[in-house]
Ligand binder design. Structure first.
Ligand code: PLP
Length: 409
């Protein structure tokens, strides 16, 4: 292996070297004012990020997991509720649901986009729930608990089919909280409204993560809740700060989930560059698509970007049959890859208590064995991508029936 040719799965160093001076200024400003938690740097970023998402409010918090938990609680999800989400996501999604006191209930994904399939949500609501007209609630037959919310995850940088999900939510009076932790700036064309909408602006509230590897990343932990509802923003602000309405007046028991001023300042600097970085990711994604299609090998399936979607490619995910073998081969030539995610949540030990078994979500399970995340970051070069696809060509199986050809209307 020649280290010169190494292509990492993620390169976090280059952009920070480029921005070193601007980022150092943030640190100096925080030192000079000794404002480390909350304060003007946090408020400035909150305004800028709300504007970026097209929402009225943004509440900076300690992490994406905090953001999800606070958004759910602030929107009214409570102990004893059932909340619908997907098994193909990071565990933070369901941790937040459980920590809000609710029980996660999974529905399968759409094989073309890897996101929540609205048809599966409808199937669950119609087939496994009973509408209590008197109370105006939907009851999950198995547990006898009320279903109160849906958490679609905009996975890999692509928004879920929100029109259909919002419509179902309206029909069944469910709260929609978007897990937008991988989708900063992703867009969805709403046919209903005849306009493009940005991730984080379509649910009652949304959660963003600014974990360093996300499309907009802090230099540490950070997250945000976005919403158009003042009350929901206010409640999230209370939850992040020990339930305080003002110092030492606790209206409720909250959390220590505030955003650091230094992280907010860093995010504010990086937010200026995010549109440009997103364009670079999208260029890299189309380059991958071209290179892979030129392989003339139907054994590599790329994910589908429907015409109603503008994906921000947090990850570039392909599917191959001999995935595990391929990872080893690529690693031996210095190419880093990832799997997002190898074990679906319904099969995790942490969720044995939910009573799911292998076979419950066939699409998620099938996909989990085949998905492979290729190197993806704004500064990924074309020659590096050619190198990745050259190695793919060498190692991928060529015999047997082709994987599904995704087509979407
Ligand atoms: C990163 C991530 C989270 C959690 O964010 P943290 O900032 O790490 O707490 C939640 N959901 C998804 C889909 C994520 O990718």
């Amino acid at each position: 292996m020649n280290t010169k040719d190494t292509i990492p799965f993620l390169d976090l160093a280059t952009m920070h070297i480029e921005l070193e001076q601007e980022l150092t200024e943030v640190f100096k400003r925080a030192l000079r004012t000794a404002g480390f938690i909350g304060g003007p740097m946090v408020e400035e970023f909150e305004h800028a990020f709300a504007e970026f998402c097209g929402t009225k409010y943004c509440v900076g918090v300690g992490s994406g997991t905090d953001a999800l938990r606070f958004a759910l609680m602030a929107a009214g999800v409570k102990s004893g509720d059932v909340v619908i989400t997907v098994p193909n996501t990071f565990i933070a999604t369901t941790e937040a649901i459980s920590q809000a006191g609710a029980e996660p209930r999974f529905v399968d994904i759409d094989e073309r986009t890897y996101n929540m399939d609205p048809a599966k949500v409808r199937e669950y609501l119609e087939g496994s729930c009973t509408v209590d007209d008197r109370l105006g609630v939907v009851i999950d037959n198995k547990s006898g608990k009320p279903v109160t919310a849906i958490v679609p995850v905009h996975l890999y940088g692509q928004m879920a089919d929100m029109d259909s999900l919002v419509e179902l939510a309206e029909q069944y009076k469910l709260i929609v909280i978007e897990d937008a932790c991988q989708a900063h700036g992703a867009q969805y064309f709403s046919k209903k409204e005849n306009r493009w909408r940005t991730a984080g602006s379509m649910g009652r509230a949304a959660a963003f993560s600014f974990y360093p590897g996300k499309n907009l990343g802090a230099c540490g932990e950070a997250g945000a809740v976005t919403t158009n509802e003042e009350g929901l923003a206010q409640k999230s602000r209370m939850l992040r700060d020990h339930g305080q309405t003002k110092k030492y007046h606790h209206a409720l028991e909250g959390y220590n989930g505030r955003l650091d001023a230094i992280q907010a300042g860093i995010l504010q600097v990086k937010l200026k560059y995010l549109p440009q970085w997103t364009e670079m990711r999208r260029t890299a994604a189309s380059r991958y698509r071209e290179l892979i299609s030129a392989m003339g090998n139907d054994k590599v399936t790329v994910s589908c970007e429907p015409e109603w979607s503008r994906c921000v490619y947090h990850l570039f995910v392909v599917r191959v049959e001999n995935r595990d073998e391929l990872i080893k081969q690529l690693a031996s030539t210095g190419i880093g890859t990832g799997i997002h995610y190898p074990i679906p949540l319904h099969l995790q030990n942490a969720y044995v208590g939910l009573g799911y078994k292998t076979g419950d979500f066939p699409i998620t399970e099938k996909v989990a064995a085949e998905i492979l995340s290729l190197p993806m970051y704004p500064h990924l070069r074309g020659d590096q991508q050619s190198g990745v696809v050259r190695e793919l060509t060498k190692s991928v199986v060529t015999e047997g029936p082709s994987l599904m050809e995704p087509k979407i209307a």
